[in-house]
Design a protein around this ligand. Sequence first.
Ligand code: AMP
Ligand code: FE
Ligand code: FE
Ligand code: ZN
Length: 287
Amino acid sequence: MLIDLHAHSTASDGTDSPTRLVAAARDAGLAVVALTDHDTTIGWAEAAAAVPPGLTLVPGLELSCRWTPPNGDRPTELHVLGYLVDRAHPGLAAALAALRDSRLGRAERMTERMAADGLPVSWERVAELAGSASVGRPHIARTLVEAGVVSSVDEAFATLLRTGSPYHEPKEDLDALAGVRLVTEAGGVAVFAHPLARRRGRVVGDDAVLAMVEAGLAGLEVDHPDHAPEDRAHLRRLAAELELLVTGSSDYHGSNKRVRVGAGGHTSPAAYEALLARATGSAPVVG
Ligand code: AMP
Ligand code: FE
Ligand code: FE
Ligand code: ZN
């Protein structure tokens, strides 16, 4: 029974529509897939309507957050997965709307700065490509590929879009503890996404995990494609010590990333059952 608890669709920065995503999940032999788009639940309805027989869909989301250490050091970006939340929870819905809105302004400013420097990109095209999705750097990256500025999304992230590039602007985000509390208050289950994905930038220490646990964190995403073996081992020990669920996933993004759905990491049936038992906000969709 293969379980993949983290995948993106065209509702954020994946390239498969929710319909294609659930079909691809079934084709990959998965029994369970979670749809976890960045800062949105807009893909849930389409995915739920398309779940093929033999597949179960776990509705979820991935919240853009930041951890601010109590000692006043600069904040670190991190992601919190929220499974089976009540998407009508007013606090959560308002937070998601604010995050998506700030993504729009930020992506527009980044694109306009490139255009002002003579790069053949336009906000109009980025916005068109993103449609109703939660817009992000991958949309800008695809526009740059289309315009022939770079040869791949990876190259765009390594150059013009990397943190520290003159064109890069950080996203607005939610305090990590507030994010965990919101997911939990909305009846969902909060899991720290790829806590040690070092190639994306700075990562947090165990102190952040401890604080998040006090706020209601239920699990750690341990088996993730961006995690080195020694980091997986560390996270597994930490999860055991703190009695946290251990999850695994592909973090599939369609053709924006190389990993296929159902590859790179899986969640055990026992952890999945424990996750379901904690959720009260919404229910999985059985195909
Ligand atoms: P943003 O949220 O707009 O800052 O963009 C970050 C998103 O880009 C993350 O959700 C990643 O999934 C994605 N991402 C990061 N690095 C890459 C890469 N090299 N190729 C494709 N997508 C990436
Ligand atoms: Fe992403
Ligand atoms: Fe993430
Ligand atoms: Zn993700």
